[in-house]
Ligand binder design. Structure first.
Ligand SMILES: O=c1ccn([C@@H]2O[C@H](COP(=O)(O)O)[C@@H](O)[C@H]2O)c(=O)[nH]1
Length: 234
């Protein structure tokens, strides 16, 4: 899989996406999430793909197994590289997602990799314990979800950089640790709680990093992306 930083295209519509992408003279690995997909639907996925970019379709599906499996069967036809579900949906749901993806992937095409969100990077341990009533440390909860995800046959998880190394030790280095919550040193954390720098992510065991506002909100997004890329690749 492409290991470039994954750029989160968190924009309200197609115009903002293409204004942003036209500044870059290279194929990127981009993420299309709920904000953009809810406005533009599958069309935006096909258009971004036609420009030659790799795509992580970050819709974080979480529903009963039959619904998630059927939805994944449809998403598999879009030709994206990476898709996801919430591990909290449970093992049968994750297995159904995988089966749906396998059933929907056109003959001769590669099935998108499937990963599961453990605990969102905007969640603190205190919040998790108080609101989700999980009587574990955040690290234990993330490791539990990572193990469940691996048992279901998925390729990896979304987690923060802070849990990436422990997941690799338990689930193996091939098991993907995709880490959002990436900021340049001194950058605004916004709503993220478990953050790290690109070089910290590299050092601490991330397989792939997801970067949004540190680049999209920068005065010069191309220059900011270059810095992120250099720190990540160093
Ligand atoms: O735990 C998670 C899962 C997904 N995300 C997504 O990543 C980007 C991060 O954007 P920033 O602007 O770099 O904070 C965003 O699209 C989230 O939906 C996440 O942050 N944490």
């Amino acid at each position: 899989m492409n290991t470039k930083p994954i750029l989160a295209l968190d924009f309200p519509g197609e115009k903002e996406v293409f204004d942003f992408l036209q500044q870059f003279n290279e194929p990127l690995f981009v993420k299309i999430g709920m904000e953009l997909y809810m406005q533009e639907g599958p069309t935006i996925v096909r258009k971004v793909k036609d420009l030659g970019h790799d795509i992580f379709l970050d819709l974080k599906l979480h529903d009963i197994p039959n619904t998630v499996g059927s939805a994944m069967k449809g998403l598999a036809k879009l030709g994206v590289d990476l898709v996801n579900v919430h591990a909290a949906g449970g093992r049968p749901m994750m297995e159904a997602a995988l089966e749906g993806l396998e059933a929907g992937t056109p003959a001769g095409k590669e099935r998108p990799a499937l990963i599961a969100v453990t605990q969102l990077t905007s969640t603190t341990e205190e919040q998790m314990q108080a609101e989700q009533k999980i009587a574990l440390s955040l690290q234990e909860s993330v490791l539990h979800y990572a193990g469940l995800t691996k048992q279901a046959g998925l390729q990896g998880v979304v987690c923060s950089v802070h849990e990436a190394k422990a997941i690799a030790e338990v689930c193996g280095d091939e098991f993907l640790r995709v880490t959002p919550g990436i900021r340049l040193a001194g950058g605004d954390a916004h709503d993220q709680k478990r953050i790290a720098t690109p070089d910290g992510a590299k050092r601490d065991g991330s397989s792939l990093i997801v970067v949004g506002r540190a680049v999209t909100g920068a005065q010069d997004p191309v220059a900011a992306y270059k810095i992120v890329n250099e720190l990540w690749e160093a």
